[in-house]
Design a protein around this ligand. Structure first.
Ligand SMILES: [Zn+2]
Length: 89
């Protein structure tokens, strides 16, 4: 019984090491990406890609243009859905 426990423990170490290594690489990669985006693009990360300059309200009777960072329409108060811009293209 002890041998099985030792065997599982020995088997567990490489798996855990690989997982930690993968996580470490991912963390470093994310950090580098964050730094690069902060320096080169001058905007915070994470951020959704290709945000339109203005977000148009998805409500059919409103269609007010809102700032790209707006989450709710400044005219009618409805949530501003970015999908509307993609759908219109
Ligand atoms: Zn609106």
């Amino acid at each position: 019984m002890l041998a099985v426990g030792i065997f599982l423990f020995v088997l567990f170490i490489p798996v855990a090491a690989v997982l930690i290594l993968v996580w470490a690489v991912w963390a470093v990669f994310s950090f580098v990406r964050w730094i690069v985006s902060r320096i080169l693009l001058g905007k915070p990360w994470p951020q959704t890609e290709q945000i339109p300059v203005a977000r148009r309200c998805a409500r059919s009777r409103c269609h007010a243009d809102n700032p790209s960072h707006a989450r709710f329409c400044r005219r009618c108060g409805q949530p501003v859905v970015q999908q509307f811009v993609l759908r219109a293209a």
